[in-house]
Ligand binder design. Structure first.
Ligand SMILES: Nc1ncnc2c1ncn2[C@@H]1O[C@H](COP(=O)(O)OP(=O)(O)OP(=O)(O)O)[C@@H](O)[C@H]1O
Length: 302
């Protein structure tokens, strides 16, 4: 049995002559909050629409809970809830009426509505017209609508877009609650790493339709290990001495070499070693990329 709620295998999608998704192999583990990251136009919404079978993919490229979506369309969609672009809300109906409407449509008992309103924190606003809701409340109602059928997998396309900091925190907390207390798998897209950094357990970064990184949030963090930037009068010789001493060179620039930082003692040792070998050390500085810069780095290389 597949451990992935979503798996795509070499997925490619074209709009006319434009390839929008290229050889994309996503693996979203069951129970994860998977941050699907990429700058504007990277192909996130298109991918989500393919996952929902709103856009047609070739056979055997998209698997939902281990089954090809094309040959198991209805069964797959029953296990998924989604919020893509604007939530489909009737502004002239109250939040509760919107949910009741959805329950009737799906043949689900109406008592589910109160449960959903409470889950997304809208119980007090249940009888208010949805048109009068704030943007954050509308997003939460959209998530409640996606949840009425009790899907195991939730796809949220930029759910915090346009929200104020409070709204962002509310959605973030809701996602954590859905994953931890209700065992949902969540794929959430964003163009800002900071927005999902504290929520996601796994991350996939795409740009121009290509997957540039996929792994756990800890894997991503370990890419931002601290480094030491060294500037000397002879980079070739410096490089040879450092390699000989077992240092890991991560980057060479015109005037500097960066190595992985191990500890202070090791730094002191390497510094002495360079000086003893006749190198003039102009500068040594410790650097650490924050995740946002790392994200920019990963996406700008593509
Ligand atoms: N219906 C369409 N017809 C033609 N091209 C499209 C269509 N929908 C999207 N595109 C193009 O596909 C590319 C990817 O768009 P997509 O909306 O998937 O990106 P995104 O990562 O979700 O971006 P954003 O964060 O801006 O929503 C863009 O170049 C876009 O112009």
């Amino acid at each position: 049995m597949s451990n992935f709620a979503i798996e795509t295998v070499g997925l490619t999608y074209n709009f006319g002559s434009q390839t929008v998704v290229k050889d994309l192999s996503l693996q979203v583990p069951k129970g994860s909050i998977y941050g699907f990251l990429g700058p504007n136009g990277a192909g996130k919404t298109t991918t989500i629409k393919i996952l929902l079978n709103l856009l047609k993919s070739p056979a055997d490229q998209v698997f939902i809970f281990g089954k090809d979506i094309n040959s198991n369309r209805i069964a797959s969609l029953k296990r998924m809830g989604a919020l893509v672009e604007q939530p489909a809300i009737y502004g002239h109906l109250t939040g509760k009426e919107n949910l009741v409407n959805r329950c009737i449509l799906l043949g689900i008992r109406k008592s589910k509505c109160a449960e959903m309103l409470s889950l997304v924190g809208l119980t007090d606003a249940a009888d208010k017209k949805a048109g009068k809701y704030s943007l954050g409340m509308k997003q939460r109602l959209g998530i409640a609508l996606a949840l009425v059928s009790d899907p195991e997998l939730l796809l949220l396309d930029e759910p915090t877009n346009g929200l104020d900091p409070n709204g962002i925190i509310e959605i973030r907390n809701l996602m954590i609650e859905l994953a931890t207390k209700h065992q949902k798998t969540i794929l959430v897209s964003s163009h800002l790493l900071a927005e999902i950094e504290r929520t996601a357990t796994h991350v996939g970064i795409i740009n121009k339709g290509e997957l540039l990184f996929q792994g756990t949030i800890n894997d991503l963090h370990s890419l931002s290990k601290p480094t030491i930037k060294i500037e000397t009068n002879d980079l070739e010789k410096t490089s040879a001495i450092l390699i000989n001493a077992g240092a890991e060179i991560v980057q060479k620039e015109e005037h500097t070499i960066s190595i992985t930082f191990k500890n202070k003692e090791d730094m002191g040792y390497l510094n002495t070693l360079l000086v003893q070998n006749g190198i003039t050390v102009y500068a040594i500085s410790k650097e650490r990329k924050d995740l946002e810069n790392l994200f920019l780095d990963i996406t700008s290389k593509n």
